[in-house]
Ligand binder design. Structure first.
Ligand code: SAM
Length: 213
C-alpha cells in the first residue's frame, strides 16, 4: 500500500540510498523459497532502518521478528565495532537461511540468533539495549513494549513497524479484527506513556520512533 501518491513514492526511493547487492539477493531467495515474502522490510524502509541505526551507532540492538534477516542486516550497518544484535524469531525453519546471509555480510559475528517466542526469550536477555526494533506478531506489540522498556537505556530508541496497519487504524474497527485492535491499543499506549516521547512516521506501513527519556 502506498500512503503517498505512487509517483512521489518512486521519486523518494530513486533519490535515497541504493539497497546493497546482498540484500537484493536475500530478497530474491526469500521470494523463491519462503512463505509470505511480503513481510520483508524492503529496499526503502531498509535504508531508513540503516540510516537510523547509523545515527544511533548502537552497542546493543534487539530485534523482534527476524524473518529472513533483511532488517537485521540493515540495523547491523549502524552497529559500533564491538556492538551486537540479538534477533528473535519463533520460526525455526528460517534459522539456516538467516545465518547464511548473516555470514556472507561483515556483521555475521555480531548477530546472535534466538529461536522461540519473543515473550519468553526477552526476560532471558540480561543486557541493556540502545535500539529495539519491534516487528513480530501485532497482538503482542504492547506486551513486547512492556517487556523491553526496562531494558532500554535512557536515550534509547524503540522502532515499531506496521503501526498504520494498511491504513486500518483510521477505518471502522471490525469486531473480529484482533490485529487492528492490538495496533490501535499499542499506538495509544506509546502516545500516553510518560517514559518515552514518540513520533509516528508515514514510512511504508507506518514506523514509530519512541525515545526513552
Ligand atoms: C513481519 S516479519 C519480520 C520481518 C523482518 N523484520 C524484516 O524486516 O524482514 C514477522 C516475523 O515475526 C515472527 N514472529 C511471529 N510471532 C512471533 C513471536 N511470538 N516471537 C518471535 N517471533 C515471532 C514471524 O515468524 C515472522 O518471521
Amino acid at each position: 500500500m502506498y500512503f503517498l501518491p505512487e509517483k512521489l513514492d518512486h521519486y523518494i526511493v530513486a533519490h535515497s540510498e541504493q539497497e546493497p547487492e546482498l540484500l537484493q539477493e536475500l530478497t530474491r531467495e526469500t521470494y523463491q523459497k519462503v512463505l509470505q515474502p511480503i513481510m520483508l522490510s524492503g529496499p526503502y524502509q531498509g535504508r531508513v532502518l540503516s540510516m537510523i541505526s547509523k545515527l544511533i551507532n548502537p552497542k546493543s540492538v534487539l530485534e523482534l521478528g527476524t524473518f529472513t534477516g533483511y532488517s537485521t542486516l540493515c540495523l547491523a550497518e549502524g552497529l559500533s565495532s564491538d556492538g551486537v544484535i540479538h534477533t528473535i524469531d519463533i520460526n525455526e525453519e528460517l534459522v539456516d537461511f538467516q545465518r547464511k546471509y548473516f555470514d556472507r555480510s561483515k556483521y555475521g559475528h555480531q548477530i546472535i540468533q534466538h529461536t522461540g517466542n519473543a515473550i519468553d526469550i526477552i526476560p532471558t536477555l540480561h543486557t541493556m539495549f540502545d535500539l529495539v526494533f519491534i516487528d513480530a506478531d501485532k497482538p503482542n506489540y504492547s506486551n513486547y513494549f512492556n517487556a523491553v522498556i526496562d531494558k532500554l537505556e535512557a536515550g534509547g530508541i524503540i522502532l515499531s513497524d506496521n503501526v498504520l496497519w494498511h491504513g486500518k487504524v483510521v477505518e471502522k474497527l471490525k469486531k473480529k479484527d484482533i490485529s487492528t485492535k492490538a495496533v490501535l491499543d499499542y499506538n495509544t499506549l506509546l502516545k500516553n506513556d510518560d517514559r518515552i516521547e514518540t513520533v509516528v512516521l508515514p514510512i511504508r506501513d507506518g514506523l514509530t520512533i519512541s525515545r526513552k527519556k
